[in-house]
Write a protein that binds this ligand. Structure first.
Ligand code: TXE
Length: 512
């Protein structure tokens, strides 16, 4: 469709939805209750067609922050139709102009840093210290990085005798992005930036637990100059809104980050389309006796407890060379006890609340298993005593456990909370066997001053990523993703280009 046809169709869609949007805005302005979020479809704020909502709570304080549309298949269909309509004109927009929109979005995220940090902290329970140093700055960086990366790419030319092959990238079309609650804007923008930069239109389904920054992003993208319909958001529950998006025949690629069990459902629903699955992790931190102990305790604790242990990359299984085991465990527990747990909105807080009461209840079932299995609790093991409005928040103490076998559910399963196990090993071979002895394979860390050993060990680890003497250092050009039950596909730099576009080769006969 040419640009005029696109404009005409978009105008018709806009006219049809204008009344619904106006009614929504009027109702919203008049009500004294918690604000209702709307879906974002073709640039409009639209209520879910069924008109139902779910409450979204602040997990630290318990109060209702907003109501989230409980969208269904018809909402998804409207969003995909809007994206399909808007995509060709966006794809035809010169790369430099698309990248300018990405760069402007980065600036707007930085301009609105405080607002977004607070929003993310309230939605997730994470400390503002973390949202302000990791989540929101990284969201801006995602846009800036992909703008620079895409503009600096060179397309391949192969000269075959008498012929010229030019390979260039074309967008996939409409992409569906399903994101989790642990790093809401960070992970959403990690997908949105390359998808838009490469000329796709997006339908995003953020986690129903953390919907507000995906909504805020719609305003920032529009302000940055993104045409209506290129970024759409459908809120709702996974099976009701996520699954129809994944299965929609006009959605040509789906990037999903979430739990392994949900990832399997997504894979089953997707059918023959491009799929990237970034799933759970049960990452090992391998600590050798020749490590820099001070740095290692700090680094391993950071890997264990950042975001209350709710990052797929968190190192929740700590393997320590036997000679260092008692001292390391004692020092790790000391460090954990020193972490300040409390109000996520207090800039001094290190650990906030878990994402929800039900998630904390899930994590606590593992503490019960630990008790049944006679684990030794070196610190934590329960809920902290917090005053006032925080008393009923979903907080949990950072917990260090020993005495659990390799086949314990605490060692094998993704707990996704501030609970770590420490196990001793006697040799490199044993360390590697323990590290690889789980069904996940996302990341690992190795802590030693011996560079040869680090390399040797890293090469034998069954994971997509290994960090040596560091953790969560993210060069956005490098591949991100895991093996085994941690999913498949890679994103980042050229891998994102591969996922969000197709290579098209044009072979031309060269006439002398
Ligand atoms: O995530 P889900 P949940 C792990 C972690 C956690 C567990 C479950 O161990 O305890 O997963 O968390 C959408 N079709 N991780 O249940 O279900 C859902 O609405 C399509 C690891 O909260 O994976 C949300 O937008 N979509 C992880 C997204 O999927 C569906 C981060 C993720 O939710 C769907 C989060 C369906 N059938 C949890 N069902 C990581 N890898 O970082 C749900 N969704």
């Amino acid at each position: 469709m040419d640009a005029h046809g696109y404009d005409r169709e978009l105008r018709e869609v806009a006219k049809r939805d204008r009344a619904r949007e106006a009614a929504f805005l009027q109702k919203h302005a008049g009500s004294g209750g918690p604000p209702q979020l709307a879906n974002r479809i073709a640039g409009r704020r639209l209520p879910p067609l069924e008109g139902t909502y779910v409450d979204k709570h602040d997990p630290a304080r318990g109060k209702v922050l907003c109501q989230v549309p409980r969208s269904g298949r018809p909402d998804v269909e409207a969003a995909v139709a809007a994206a399909k309509l808007a995509q060709p004109a966006w794809a035809a927009t010169p790369l430099a102009k698309r990248c300018a929109v990405l760069r402007r979005t980065a600036e707007l995220i930085e301009r609105d840093m405080d607002r977004l940090v607070r929003m993310e902290s309230e939605d997730t329970g994470k400390p503002v210290k973390l949202a302000g140093s990791l989540d929101i700055p990284r969201a801006a960086r995602n846009f800036r990085f992909f703008a620079d990366f895409l503009e600096s790419r060179k397309e391949a030319v192969h000269l075959t005798e008498g012929f010229r092959n030019e390979t260039h990238r074309v967008p996939v079309g409409v992409v569906g992005l399903i994101t989790p609650w642990n790093l809401p804007l960070y992970l959403l923008t990690w997908k949105v930036a390359p998808a838009l930069g490469l000329g796709n239109a997006v339908v995003a389904k953020p986690s129903e637990l953390t919907p507000r920054t995906a909504d805020a992003l719609a305003d920032l993208l529009a302000e940055a100059g993104l045409p209506d319909g290129v970024y759409n958001v459908v809120h709702g529950l996974g099976p009701e809104a996520g699954e129809p998006l994944v299965a929609h025949p006009d959605v040509r690629a789906v990037s999903f980050t979430g739990g392994t069990a949900t990832g399997a459902k997504v894979a089953a629903a997707a059918g023959p389309k491009k799929l990237s699955l970034e799933l759970g992790g049960k990452n090992a931190s391998l600590v050798f006796s020749d490590c820099d102990l001070d740095e290692t305790v700090k680094g391993v604790a950071r890997a264990a407890f950042t975001n209350q242990g709710q990052i797929c990359l968190c190192g929740s299984r700590i393997l320590v060379e036997r000679s260092l085991f008692p001292e390391f465990t004692r020092r790790l527990a000391e460090h954990a006890k020193g972490l300040r747990i409390g109000d996520p909105l207090d800039p001094a807080t290190d650990l906030g609340s878990l994402v929800s009461q039900s998630h904390r209840a899930k994590v606590e079932t593992y503490l019960e298993v630990a008790q049944d299995e006679d684990a030794t609790v070196h610190c934590g093991g329960g809920r902290p005593d917090l005053p006032g409005v925080l008393a009923d928040g979903a907080f949990l103490q950072p917990t260090v456990l020993t005495g659990l076998d390799q086949d314990s559910p605490l060692v094998q399963e993704e707990i996704f909370g501030p609970v770590v196990t420490v196990q001793p090993f006697a040799s490199e071979d044993e360390a590697i066997a323990l590290a690889n002895g789980v069904r996940y394979g996302l990341a690992a860390t190795v802590w030693t001053k011996d560079a040869n050993k680090a390399q040797r060990v890293a090469e034998r680890l069954d994971t997509g990523m290994v960090w040596v003497n560091c953790w969560l250092v993210r060069d956005l050009a490098v591949p991100f993703g895991g093996v085994k039950d941690s999913g498949f596909g890679r994103e980042g730099g050229e891998w994102s280009v591969d996922f969000y576009s197709e290579a098209r080769n044009i072979c031309t006969k060269v006439t002398p």
